[in-house]
Design a binder for this molecule. Structure first.
Ligand SMILES: C[S@@+](CC[C@H](N)C(=O)[O-])C[C@H]1O[C@@H](n2cnc3c(N)ncnc32)[C@H](O)[C@@H]1O
Length: 261
């Protein structure tokens, strides 16, 4: 009997475009949102997107001539990335791999740039899982290479507590409207497992509703904990947009150069 392993995001992968903002749906525009970091790289830089989702960033980077590897824990997400790359005629190497598995597939120091974006890192299991994930990302960077990480501001999310967030506009993708709903299950302690349930309720012209939903686990972290975690694996924060009142932030951290004796 064939055993089918279902990973988180395998269901959402099917309808993930309803969760991506209009601005980031075109691959070139998703990549352009990182122009500040990309500007300092040669156009053939070796880049890894290690939580690639449906591949908009990876395909946008490949469109600039970069050598792109796209990995994700979800097989369905990786499949969608490969399909998007084929649609755009982009060359992207795809592979299903958790963050911790990456060093089994790539030599240390392989990449000039590693992306872990779009609220992914909170899926690492607690401080230990997060440390292991950051360790993998750091190992794969060449000295002087950079990690680009975007994150929710969990300080804000936790302060709001458990709640239902029903988006106030329909989202239209592929000719179909959908209502997007997030249910936040905020645990008492920072270190506890939290949950986000995401539902996409598509409504067709006849009024029938088709729902796809998933319950996702996450382990939030304070900004200070992230900074300490980066330092522990030899990544020095170069720039950070963290601010307690903004929903998201971006951290760019560079891999320390080996000490010369
Ligand atoms: C919120 S989505 C972001 C996807 C994409 N980066 C974006 O910005 O649209 C989070 C992604 O992280 C992936 N993910 C979760 N846990 C992971 C792990 N342990 N290793 C690698 N990827 C993981 C999920 O499968 C999912 O595709």
């Amino acid at each position: 009997m064939e055993v089918v392993v279902v990973t988180e995001y395998d269901v959402l992968a099917e309808v993930y475009e309803w969760l991506i903002s209009d601005a980031k749906l075109p691959p070139a525009e998703f990549a352009a949102s990182f122009d500040d970091v990309l500007g300092s790289l040669p156009s053939n830089a070796h880049v890894l997107d290690c939580s690639c989702g449906t591949g908009q960033l990876a395909v946008g980077l490949a469109g600039r001539g970069m050598r792109v590897v796209a990995t994700d824990a979800s097989e369905a997400m990786v499949r969608r990335t490969a399909e998007l790359a084929a649609e755009f005629g982009a060359s992207v190497q795809t592979m299903r791999a958790n963050w911790e598995e990456l060093p089994e597939h790539f030599e240390d120091g392989t990449f000039d740039l590693v992306f872990c974006v779009g609220n992914s890192l909170h899926h690492a299991r607690g401080a230990t899982g997060r440390g292991a994930a950051l360790e993998s990302m750091s190992r794969l960077l060449r000295p002087g290479g950079r990690l680009v990480l975007t994150s929710r501001t969990w300080e804000l999310v936790r302060a709001r507590g458990s709640r239902l967030d029903i988006r106030d506009r329909l989202v239209r993708r592929n000719g179909r409207d959908a209502v997007v709903v997030y249910r936040w299950d905020i645990a008492p302690q920072w270190d506890d497992e939290h949950h986000i349930e995401i539902a996409i309720a598509q409504v067709d012209a006849t009024g029938s509703v088709r729902v796809r939903s998933e319950l996702l686990s996450c382990w939030p972290y304070r900004y200070e904990e992230l900074e300490v975690g980066l330092q522990r694996v030899g990544l020095r924060t170069e720039t950070s947009t963290f601010d307690r009142v903004s929903e998201n932030y971006t951290v760019v951290a560079s891999k320390e150069q080996a000490a010369t004796s």
